[in-house]
Design a protein. Structure first.
Length: 174
């Protein structure tokens, strides 16, 4: 039973990463890492996970009007108060040019994670990311109307999730 509960907690950490980045919720993203955790995000960033979270919001996300991250396969192994996991992820990044045109990059990666339980709390202590593939193309704005038309995600506190889901407040922490 303990193993299932730990795996559920590790899954929540991965979901919190996605929500923290995509809803631009710095407090949530910071909450998934231990203070001394390390993040190796390819050529983009390598170092303190706390500083990585700051870098994401300061230097990386401002150039995108929208991001979405999807967790696909997750595989965890637990050994006492330590665990490891491999997570497959798809991500979407939409960037708008000064002329109003937009491009979208869709990418796949895998993360290799080490988790620890300290004082009864599981968090990420180490994460490394490798790229599987990436593609980029112009955004076809016509697809967002008619048959596929619906409210658009918002990368901030104006997202419908904050209005419709009272149990997911902004600044939430795990």
């Amino acid at each position: 039973m303990r193993e299932l509960l730990v795996k559920d907690r590790l899954h929540e950490l991965e979901m919190a990463y996605c929500r923290g980045v995509d809803r631009r919720d710095a407090a949530l993203l910071h909450s998934i890492f231990f203070e001394d955790a390390i993040e190796e995000h390819g050529d983009m960033y390598s170092g303190s996970a706390t500083e990585f979270a700051d870098w994401v919001f300061r230097d990386f996300l401002p150039k995108y009007e929208l991001t979405t991250h999807y967790v696909l396969n997750e595989w965890y192994r637990i050994d006492g108060d330590k665990a490891e996991g491999e997570t497959h992820r798809l991500s979407y990044h939409r960037e708008r040019a000064a002329d109003g045109s937009a491009t979208e990059a869709i990418a796949a990666c895998r993360t290799f994670n080490r988790y620890e339980c300290r004082d009864g709390v599981w968090k990420i202590s180490y994460r490394s990311v490798v790229r599987d593939w990436v593609t980029q193309r112009p955004v076809d704005a016509s697809l967002y109307h008619g048959h596929f038309g619906m409210a658009l995600s918002q990368p901030n506190d104006q997202d419908d999730s904050y209005r419709l889901l009272s149990l997911f407040p902004r600044g939430d922490r795990l």
